[in-house]
Design a protein around this ligand. Structure first.
Ligand code: SF4
Ligand code: SF4
Length: 184
């Protein structure tokens, strides 16, 4: 190969790509828009919907959800709702597979939309029940067709209340009492 030809070829590649629109951005000044179905951290948990059944913990392949419950004495006609004492998710080990969200029968747990929860220690990456209570209620639409059907975008729309995120309408007290009486 004549001397300098390789250098010329290399420069040609550089010049060709120099004119192309870059795919990269200057993060954090600029941000790539996320899809509404993005599976991020800061899980969205609605305590009002949660019965403490622990299905999410049982289905997590990594066993990183820890739930401790006690009898609450509430909703006894529906089989009793547990009161939650501990609900921890170890985000340091989470692979954001979403199986816990798929397993939740009451649409109480949803994937979050964030991705900037960096911490200096692993133990600070455990999301506790208090953090779950405080976390922004902007659920990802992943595995939530009821939110996708409404065109909800967690990145731009308002946070949602517990009664807006379920597939089913919760029965009223009158409904529950009526059924209880009918079944006797
Ligand atoms: S997203 Fe997957 S790994 Fe993370 S807590 Fe849920 S089931 Fe476990
Ligand atoms: S978040 Fe869902 S699956 Fe997990 S304990 Fe609560 S109701 Fe059960």
């Amino acid at each position: 190969m004549p001397y300098g030809l390789g250098l010329l070829k290399g420069m040609l590649v550089t010049l060709t790509n120099f004119r192309r629109k870059p795919f990269t951005i200057q993060y954090p000044e600029e941000r790539v828009p996320q899809h509404p179905r993005f599976r991020g951290e800061d899980f969205v948990w609605y305590e009002e919907r949660c019965t403490g059944c622990a299905s999410c913990a049982k289905f997590c392949p990594l066993g990183i959800i820890r739930i401790v419950t006690r009898p609450s004495g509430m909703q006894t006609q529906e089989g009793e709702k547990y009161a939650l004492e501990v609900f921890d998710i170890d985000l340091a080990r989470c692979m954001f597979c979403g199986l816990c969200v798929e397993a939740c029968p009451y649409d109480a747990l949803h994937m979050g939309s964030g991705f900037e929860r960096a911490r200096y220690t692993r133990k600070d990456l455990v999301m506790t029940i208090d953090e779950l209570r405080r976390a922004p209620k902007r659920p990802s639409t992943w595995f939530r067709p009821q939110l996708e059907g409404k065109g909800y975008n967690p990145h731009t729309d308002r946070p949602l209340e517990w009664h807006e995120v379920g597939r089913h309408q919760a029965p009223s007290l009158a409904d529950m009492q009526g059924r209880w009486v009918e079944e006797r």
